[in-house]
Design a binder for this molecule. Structure first.
Ligand SMILES: Cc1cc2nc3c(=O)[nH]c(=O)nc-3n(C[C@H](O)[C@H](O)[C@H](O)COP(=O)(O)O)c2cc1C
Length: 377
């Protein structure tokens, strides 16, 4: 099996490529200095000079190698959550590997192969969703008759940056569950060279500084609790006060948590968050989602620390990948919905205890009425 690696990123990544690509016969071609034009869709490679591109540039060298290869890996940066133009250009120019003629292959209408199937893989850097990149590899592999080799995020070379963290909870920081979560998360940044600052929207006196930090830094994380299916209105007011244009590009990520355990609870808000960064002139760095945060603040310190401890690992992961667009971050959410049996067990064993805890807490606040009191009926 021959493997061709087209590296648009230059020498900085050669060592990492060598460790990530396990195949035996591997040729790495540095395309960063090559003269390669964009496919202009002239169709000459299909209808005038079959198999030969009209452009006489460095892609001809690549095409001759592709004819000998079984596997093709593209090494590319990403923009807009997808390959950048340099990576995509290498795939657009692959057309001479196919024929104009169309047939059904594995049940799908496709151009017929001029040579043989080609397996496709991707090594990428930047803020792209790994599962989206995997999907693209699968689609592209189908196009060219092969299998997907997968999409792998490259480790970014020790990039020290400053992270602006905004606590979007309306609850004062001292009592905010978000605050406890953030402080566990930042433990994971220790020793990575990443510095951070924190602004609390519950204190309006911090809004000017939060706005300035938001506008003048390149990495922003907003952590907040789910409020009635979406963003708390106080945080919306803050976001509405931000200008839609920035002085420089930035990445905006979110840490979303809430009282309920099940992942489905957060999906509506997650969809809103996906479109939000672009409207504030930022690129999307993903959303880390986790439920079960109701009682953090009411617990003793040791229990509190245990509940928020998993966020430290997520902090480390964030430092490593630079975003939450990885399968590990997605997995952190937990079950989408408890299965029937688990619902029964949770109701019987766990919720009884939790609800009793609410009653005890109310008593400690001097509440003398039942928690299901109906004062206006
Ligand atoms: C007005 C309000 C609405 C809430 N709505 C939801 C909700 O829809 N789903 C959920 O899981 N939790 C909901 N919660 C629970 C909070 O997300 C949860 O208690 C969170 O831990 C609060 O974090 P904080 O202390 O930082 O504000 C709501 C809480 C409040 C006060």
């Amino acid at each position: 099996m021959k493997t061709l690696v087209l590296n648009t990123l230059g020498n900085d990544y050669t060592e990492q490529i060598k460790t990530l690509i396990k195949e035996k016969e591997v040729e790495i071609v540095d395309t960063s200095g090559m003269k390669i034009a964009h496919c202009m869709g002239c169709n000459q490679c299909w209808l005038k000079t079959p198999g030969i591109c009209a452009y006489k540039d460095d892609y001809e060298i690549i095409l001759k190698k592709l004819v000998q290869a079984d596997n093709l890996w593209i090494v590319s940066d990403t923009r807009f959550g997808f390959l950048d133009y340099k990576g995509k250009r290498l795939m657009d120019r692959i057309m001479p590997m196919l024929n104009m003629t169309i047939g059904f292959r594995d049940g799908w209408m496709r151009h017929e192969l001029r040579y043989h199937p080609l397996n496709i893989g991707l090594l990428y850097k930047g803020d792209a969703d790994q599962m989206m990149m995997e999907d693209w590899c699968k689609r592209t592999a189908v196009n060219i008759g092969g299998q997907s080799l997968g999409a792998i995020a490259l480790q970014v070379k020790s990039e020290f940056y400053h992270l602006v963290i905004i606590n979007g909870s309306p609850r004062v920081a001292k009592f905010s569950n978000t605050d406890k979560i953030i402080h566990s998360f930042v433990k994971g940044l220790e020793g990575t060279g990443i510095t951070w600052e924190l602004h609390n929207l519950s204190n309006r006196k911090e809004w000017d500084a939060a706005r300035e930090a938001f506008l003048s830094h390149e990495r922003i994380l907003i952590a907040f609790p789910l409020y009635v299916e979406c963003i708390p209105s106080l945080m919306l007011e803050f976001l509405e006060s931000l200008p839609s244009e920035r002085r420089q590009p930035a990445q905006l990520s979110f840490l979303l948590h809430g009282g309920m355990d099940e992942g489905f609870e957060f999906r509506f808000c997650e969809r809103i968050l996906q479109g939000l960064p672009a409207q504030l002139g930022c690129r999307f760095g993903g959303t880390l989602i986790h439920g079960g945060s109701f009682g953090i603040r009411t617990r003793e310190d040791a229990v509190k620390a245990k509940i928020v401890a998993p966020y430290e690992k997520m902090g480390r992961l964030f430092a490593q990948n630079g975003n939450f667009l990885t399968p590990e971050a997605k997995k952190f959410t937990g079950p989408e919905q408890y299965p029937w049996m688990a619902r029964k067990m949770v109701s019987l064993l766990f919720l009884k205890k939790v609800n009793k805890g609410f009653e005890d807490f109310a008593k400690s606040w001097g509440c003398t009425r039942p928690l299901d009191d109906k004062p206006y009926s």
